[in-house]
Design a protein around this ligand. Structure first.
Ligand code: SF4
Length: 225
């Protein structure tokens, strides 16, 4: 099938969501480094908890690579406590900051984007303790502005119900499915993932609200009927 025809349903879902839900203005972080920290802290917790942890880091003047590396583990854990799993996340934040420092971009983490091709950079991130695929792609896309599609549980659920994926594929397979069909446009990937999250939270929930869903006429509701 020609590529532009394959892309059509995927772009149609994006366009419909954007028209219905509006631009989501992601990621809610003031600097690339704040986005990176948020990507680690948001693992297994709600964003409101991440906001409280980041506010603590800001209040302690500790939202920088150097400051986080200077803090003792106990001090850092106390600051990020609202985000949960604070001992694990302390180790992960320190590992990420150590990586940035060793890469020579501690003072300006966005410079990491200039460090080579996306697949190689993604692989380097995945080698950092606690950085899994979703975190790596969130950092690449939302902190560094690179075209790496983010897949999460909402993506899996929504696109399985839409009949565009099976639902049990690996993260890598679903990411590749999106990236093979969409142009490598960071702005498009940014908005699309944010819209998917909005739909998953408000409509395509475990018990879906199909009657009011903006995709209802596009959706076979696979697995639900
Ligand atoms: S119509 Fe229902 S199943 Fe389909 S995307 Fe919307 S909420 Fe999910």
């Amino acid at each position: 099938m020609p590529k532009h025809l394959e892309a059509a349903p995927w772009l149609a879902v994006h366009d419909r969501l954007l028209a219905a839900l509006g631009a989501q203005h992601w990621w809610p972080g003031e600097t690339p480094f704040e986005v990176m920290v948020g990507a680690v802290l948001t693992q297994n917790t709600a964003w409101s908890n991440v906001e409280r942890a980041i506010a603590n880091l800001k209040a302690a003047d500790a939202l920088s690579v150097a400051a986080i590396l200077r803090l003792g583990d106990g001090e850092l854990a106390a600051l990020i406590r609202p985000a949960g799993y604070f001992n694990v996340k302390t180790r992960r934040l320190k590992a990420l900051c150590g990586f940035l420092e060793r890469a020579g971009v501690g003072g300006d983490p966005v410079r990491l984007a200039r460090g080579g091709r996306l697949p190689a950079l993604r692989q380097r991130l995945l080698e950092v303790n606690g950085v899994g695929e979703e975190t790596a792609d969130s950092i690449l896309l939302y902190a560094l502005g690179l075209p790496s599609f983010v897949v999460d549980a909402y993506t899996r659920r929504i696109f399985a119900r839409l009949g565009l994926i099976g639902g049990a594929e690996t993260y890598a397979h679903i990411r590749r499915t999106f990236m093979d069909r969409l142009p490598p446009d960071p702005a498009l990937y940014n908005e699309y993932h944010a819209l998917i999250v909005a739909l998953g939270k408000d409509f395509c929930r475990p018990k879906p609200r199909c009657a009011s869903c903006p995709l209802v006429d596009l959706c076979p509701r696979r697995g639900l009927e």
